[in-house]
Ligand binder design. Structure first.
Ligand SMILES: *Cc1c(COP(=O)(O)O)cnc(C)c1O
Ligand SMILES: [Zn+2]
Length: 403
């Protein structure tokens, strides 16, 4: 039995293949690279029942992950997050079978930990010394903390407006941290130049192939937690779209493995964006295979403020292939939804997660989601990472006052 059944890298655009034994970033044709596994051999050696006794973290799926030597795994216990019933909120939306995959309780408080764990582990396996990335906050926090655990250096550039806590996490982890007076796309240009000049290992979204493998474990977990019966709809707050691409990839691999039967319909995947930054929604509405740069993007849901995603064609393909859709919601309404969720369900979701719940509500109103359907919403992070999105006025008492 191998620890990993990884076989090679391939380009989804031009089909060129590459080895996983050496460093690769984008294909020369400009496309991100994806990881392929020897699923045929794995399906003969291993079954879903073998998972039962594994540890409750994403490395339980190590055969379907790219790290070849167990000793290279850098883990903080990420993964196997709860899939919670949201009964009261579901009644309120008239989607009784509403579930939340809650990534708010993962190390670093955002699901970026999944991509960081797998990406940093693989970087270590490849002998990398220093990683570099632009970030809207959560990815930089996760990657610099996991890099610290792996004894790798990290260089991070993030917008000055990124959530302050993520800045502190990077600094505390000892990253070479810089702020840019601009957007993640501006940070990206600065990193690209530094990568060229200083030979750093570029771990920008989809510029290394392994982050997506970490994020795909959300799809593996949802399937396992539902006993290999897929839900009807999965909603995902989409920035770079890595999670959505990953979930789609996971479901395809599970079908190929025979762990879910091929006559099961894949869930309709929904890309949720903010009205202040909705390039994927715009492209989907027009039936296009690529998005255009979204000028002057702005949203409080910082994790989905990505004006142009390098993997947009993969996101759109996943939407088309699953009869999914893309939908944008406004910031004011998503904040109201965030409050409603806290009051009805006792959970403080992040703004990106709240956007996805609101999208479910809207799609039910439009009858795109039916009342009898099972719907999974990804809450990609903890609300407590964004304390400033909550505005509250609280009466202040003097000692001895009564209520
Ligand atoms: C990064 C991020 C997203 C978007 O993730 P992608 O996979 O890049 O689309 C959503 N929510 C939160 C909290 C994030 O940090
Ligand atoms: Zn290519």
């Amino acid at each position: 039995m191998n620890y990993s059944y990884v076989s090679h890298l391939y380009c989804p655009k031009c089909s060129q293949t590459y080895s996983t034994k050496e460093e690769h970033h984008l294909c020369p044709c400009g496309s991100p690279l994806l990881v392929a596994y020897d699923l045929d051999r794995l399906s003969r050696n291993f079954t879903a029942e073998d998972l039962v006794k594994r540890s409750p973290d994403l490395w339980r799926y190590h055969e379907l992950l790219p790290v070849q030597q167990k000793e290279n795994v850098i883990s903080l216990g990420e993964g196997m997050t709860p899939l919670l019933s949201m009964n009261t909120l579901g009644q309120d939306m008239k989607i009784p079978n509403l579930l939340m995959k809650d990534e708010g309780i993962i190390p670093t408080g955002a699901f970026k930990a999944r991509g960081a764990s797998v990406g940093v582990s693989k970087a270590k396996e490849l002998g990398i010394k220093e990683i570099a990335m632009p970030t809207n906050g959560n990815a930089g926090a996760a990657w610099s903390l996991y890099a610290a655990r792996a004894k790798l250096n990290s260089t991070i550039v993030m917008p000055v407006d990124a959530p302050r806590i993520t800045r502190n996490e990077c600094a505390l982890a000892g990253a070479h941290l810089f702020l840019v007076n601009g957007l993640i796309s501006d940070a990206g240009k600065i990193i690209a130049q530094a990568v060229q000049e200083k030979g750093l290992y570029d771990v920008s979204t989809l510029k290394e192939p392994y982050r997506i493998e970490g994020k795909k474990t959300m799809g593996l977990e949802i399937a396992e937690q539902l006993d290999w019966q897929l839900p009807d709809v999965i909603l995902y707050p989409t920035g770079g779209g890595v999670g959505l691409i990953g979930i789609y990839k996971a479901l395809r691999e599970l079908i190929e493995l025979g762990w879910i039967s091929s006559d099961q319909k894949l869930p309709r995947l929904v890309a949720v964006q903010s009205e202040g930054c909705a390039p994927i929604v715009e492209a989907w509405k027009q039936g296009l295979n690529e998005s255009s740069f979204w000028e002057n993007s702005e949203t409080i849901a910082f994790g989905i403020n990505v004006p142009k995603a390098i993997g947009d064609f993969l996101v759109l393909n996943a939407l088309y292939e699953t009869d999914g859709c893309a939908i944008a919601v406004d910031d004011a309404s998503l904040l109201k939804e965030q409050e409603r969720i806290a009051q009805l369900e006792g959970t403080f979701v992040c703004p990106e997660g709240a956007a996805s719940f609101l999208a479910a509500r809207r799609l039910k109103e439009e009858n795109w989601i039916k009342e009898d359907e099972q719907v999974v919403v990804l809450n990609t992070g903890a609300g407590i990472k964004y304390p400033d999105t909550v505005d509250c006025e609280v009466p202040i008492l003097e000692p001895g006052d009564s209520l």
